[in-house]
Design a protein around this ligand. Sequence first.
Ligand SMILES: [Zn+2]
Length: 229
Amino acid sequence: MTILTENQVIKLCVYIENKIKKNGCDHSYKNTFEWAKKNEINKADLTDILELNGAFCDCEVTMNLPENCDLELEIESKQMDSKNPFKIPLNFQQIENKVYTKALFSSSEYGNNNYTKNGELLIPAPYGFKAKKRVRKSMHFFNGTESELPSEIGIVKEIEPITGKEFAKNIRDLKWVSFKKFSERDAEYYFSRIEKIDIGKSMGTHFMERTGIDGTKIELKIHKVIFRK
Ligand SMILES: [Zn+2]
């Protein structure tokens, strides 16, 4: 699906350059969205294509968009993985009977692509799971355990001490499709990514693709998120 033609990319860049010549860029998409509105371009599709090209504000749009081709959005259908649905790294080592005290929760403070209620426990969605609401293509997402709706950001909070085994069972017992196969190993990997992060910090999730001699491996990452002011 073409989002911007080659010609539109040039027009958009000229539009932004004229606008930011005087006052500079305020590091938002202000002028980009102004132009998109005038040209009846879907804002969500546009945001996806800009982010995929490393353009996160007006000045980056003018610097980073390729100017000699149409910009297309792939309609991707990712194959779910029945053996390793959450794409936990194959070399991840479990620690028997380890007890964990931190998990991720949604916060209404983070409104961007967050459809969960404030305070829902968050678990990454399995690879290939289609979010029930629109999220950005450049990010993976968590699902809320009360709504199964997506959120891109989770906040680290303290929980009652629990083992991966007990936690995984509690999550599976919720009967949501996305958590049906959430295993002890998945739970321990989730906790291992969070345990060293301070309470109150925000985290996101993505899949890292690594290509080696044995093909391309996809691994789940849960990482700290720093917000731009
Ligand atoms: Zn900028």
